[in-house]
Ligand binder design. Sequence first.
Ligand code: AMP
Ligand code: ZN
Length: 498
Amino acid sequence: MSKISENSIYIYNSLKGEKELFKAVSAPNLGIYVCGPTVYSNVHLGNCRTFLSFDMVVRYFKFLGYKVRYVRNITDAGHLVDDAEEGEDKIAKKARLEQLEPMEIVQQYTVDFHNVMRQFNALPPSIEPTATGHIVEQIEMIQEIIDKGLAYESNGSVYFDVRKYITEGGAYGELSGRNIDELQQGTRTLDGQSEKKDNVDFALWKKASPEHIMHWPSPWSIGFPGWHLECSVMGTKYLGKQFDIHGGGMDLKFPHHECEIAQGKAANDVAPVNYWMHGNMLTLNGQRMSKSTGNTLLPEELFSGNNNLLDKAFSPTVVRFFMLQAHYRSILDFSNDALLASEKGYKKLMIAFDILQKTEFKATVLNQELDTEINQLCDKCYTEMNDDFNTPKTIAVLFDLVTKINIFQESKTFGSIAPETFTKLKETFCGMISDVFGLESEAEGNSEVLDSSLNLLLEMRQNAKQERNFELADEIRNKLTAIGVQIKDGKDGTTYSL
Ligand code: AMP
Ligand code: ZN
C-alpha cells in the first residue's frame, strides 16, 4: 500500500469551520495555491511564518507520495495602499518615494523574498506567476463575469455586483462570516464609490487616474485589475476551475478570499476551492507583526543578531523549528526565551538524527517491548500529522523517539529491535525532520569545525590588520561576505554570523 492510501488526512477547512477528511480531486495529483507576497518591501517574519506553514503542508503531501503542483504568486500590481478600493498602488507608491521604476521595486523585493525562502530551506513553488504577467487573462475573466450579468461597468471601472450575486444564490460572506447588511453599514462612502451601485461591490477593474503609472489598456479604460482578481485567474489557469487547497494568512479571509470565491463561482459556476486553509499570525510583543504598523522583525535582523530585541543571532533552521513548535492555526509570539528553548530542543533532536544516520544495524537479542513502543511512536507521528498537520504534537512524539534512540547510543547498534522496525524508525524520524519539517542538520561536529575554521580566518584577519596589511584584511572580509559570512567588528572583538 502506498503512503497515500495508508494515511487519511483531516484538514481544518475554514469554509466549513471544521476538520474534514481530505480527498484530492484527482489523487495522486494535488493542486495547492498560496497567496504570495506583495513585493513592495522586505518580507518580515510574520509573512515568513505563513509561507513556512504552507511549505510544511506541501512537504508532507510530497512525503506521502502526492504529485503536488504548488502555485504561489507574486503580487506586483493591483494591491492598493491600506488594502483599500481607492488610492495608490503599494508598489507604485514605494517607487515614487524611492524615485525608481515600479519594476525595480518588484525586482528588488522578489529577489529578497527568494533569498529569505532559500535561507529557510523552503521549497520553491512549481509555478510562481505574477499579476502583471496575467493582465490578458484577468481582462478575460472580467468579461466572463460581465457576460454572466454579475459585474457592471461604471465610468471606465468594472465592479462585481454583490447584491445580484446574492440574489442568484451566491453566499457572499460564507468564508468570513460577514453579514452583507452590517458590511454595508460599516463601509464608508469614499471618493469614487458613488460609481458603485452598492458600496459593498468590489472592483474587478479600475480606471487609472493620470498619476496612476501602472496601467494597461482594456475594453473599459486604461486601468489596472482589482487585487482579488489575480489569484482567481492564476488559480484557475494553473490548477483548474475547482482545485484542492487554497492557503494564506487569516487576515486574507476578508475581503481577499471571500471575493475570490465570489469571482470563481460567478465566472466558472463552481466553488473554486475545496479546502480553504488559513494560518494564524506571528506576533511581536503581543501585537501582530505588520508592515503597516512597523511592528516587525526582518529575517536578516534575526540571523545576524543585528536587532534590539534578542540577545543573540538565531539560525534560519532554529527559527523554522521554533515556528513548527506551534500549530499553524495558533497565534505564535516571538520572544528571546522561546527561541532559546527552541534552539536547545532543536540541538537535542539533531543529535539523535545524526546517531540514527550514522549507526549501522547489527542484530542482537530482540527487545520486544522496545520494538513495539518504537513502532507505535512512529505510527503516532503520522496520526498527529494527519490531524490537520499538528506539528507541535508530532515534535513531542519525535522527542519520545529521541529518548528511545539514546538507549541505543551506548550499545552502538540498533540490534535489539527488528530490522523492519529500524528501517521504519529511520524513515519516519529522519523523514519527518528532514523531508517534512525541512530542518537541516547543523551537526555538532560539523558546526564545531565550521566555527573553528571561521575563527581561524578572523584571527588571520586580525593579525593582518595589526601588521597594517589592510589589503589582506579586506580581502578576507570581502571573500567571507561573498559566501554569506557577515563580519561584525565590535569593542569586544570580531564576531561572525552566517
Ligand atoms: P502580504 O505581502 O501583505 O500580502 O502578505 C503575505 C502573506 O503574509 C499573507 O498570507 C499574509 O496573511 C501573511 N502575513 C502577514 N502578516 C502576518 C503575520 N504577522 N503572521 C503571519 N502571517 C502574516
Ligand atoms: Zn491571493
